[in-house]
Design a binder for this molecule. Sequence first.
Ligand code: FES
Ligand SMILES: [Fe+2]
Length: 442
Amino acid sequence: MRIEQGWQPSEIERLVDIENATASRLIFTDETLFRLELQRIFARTWLYIGHESEIPKNGDYVTRKMGNDPVILVRDQAGRVRVLLNSCTHRATLVCRADAGNARGFTCPYHGWVFASDGALVATAEDETYGGKVNFRSLDLPQARVGSYAGLVFATWNHDAPPLDEHLGDARWYLDIMFGHTPKGMTVLGLPHRWSPTNNWKLGPMNFAADGPHAVKVHGPIVDATLVGGNGARAMIHKALLESPSVTAGPYNGIWTQGPAEMPEWMGHEPELVELYRKTLKPAQFNLFRRCIASVGTVFPNFSWVYGPVSFDMRTDPLVNFFAIRVWQPVSAGRTEIWNWFLIEEEASEEVKQRAMRAGVRTFTAGGTFDQDDAEAWHSIQRGCEGEISCTQDVNFQVALNYRDRPIADWAGPGVAYPSNYCEVTEFNNLVQWRAYMTGAR
Ligand code: FES
Ligand SMILES: [Fe+2]
């Protein structure tokens, strides 16, 4: 049974004004809209759950969330990846309390029901007390549909949703560049970092979809002070952002910031790895990657990545690339839980794996320089949306009016690309997708 909340589709439509490229601030603060998001987005579309390298052996599992539902991502005893609802079919207790581990199955701590790693109920504490009246098969743990692309495991509760490949569509071409650029693919480094900022969950995916204009403003001081280069770095990055492509392709929106022509190619990459990229990627993918100094993107609704070369002191600390993926978990209208992982090519050297992890931790985690900048901005957006007067106002993406009708004509990849990371088209597209799910148009 499900209780529908009191928003009409026509009212939700008006919250995101596509023609004017604006949106109501209520989308960040209204708790009834938040409950609708859980139903209409998180219970209906494909959600990122984890990476295959986190559960390499049969019986390996990690516990995750799909919207506000706890789930177990497990490789069962037959090697099949499954996503099980982490809620006992007896009296709803979490059957698995650990963050990660290896087990043949899960024993509920309340009355001892035992579920195999494929979700099947294999024993109750007192089978004979049921007197043969209960079909135990109907009490297996519910399972989500599971799909995997480039090592990224997604799941959905919607049995009518298109297959994952079809859902990702043109986004796959860009996911290949980030997560499928060597034959063995990526591997996750360590455990996820988790923290819980005081802002709506959509602010992260929008920013990563991507908000080019904030980069030199919010992050400018750290760029000047420590990162990649001192004097002139901020101006170089501003020019690069201004002139680099933003892309929308299926559920993906993001930017591919290109370094200046005089900059060396493949900064921070091991030459042996570059040869593997050349063999693995298509030429157009290889070319987009070769001078990329930042790729930031979101796959709707709440999966994002950030990639780029980092050095904190070019004299002593050579540039290294880090890859981070993150999930923006909805907690309430005004609170999010961020899960963040670092990845690296399986074929990378141990030394590069260590340095990439360090570079990532210093930039994109709760204590990372970039995340601290962003968290402060997003917290203040939330405060700027909550008042009686401020909640009646809009948020503005009207740079998009200048760019949305003039995409790059000869773009070499799928989807549509625009000629600037400042275009705001892709960031706003994230909200256009939100509107489609929330009104039932998809
Ligand atoms: S709630 Fe799980 S065994 Fe009773
Ligand atoms: Fe940022």
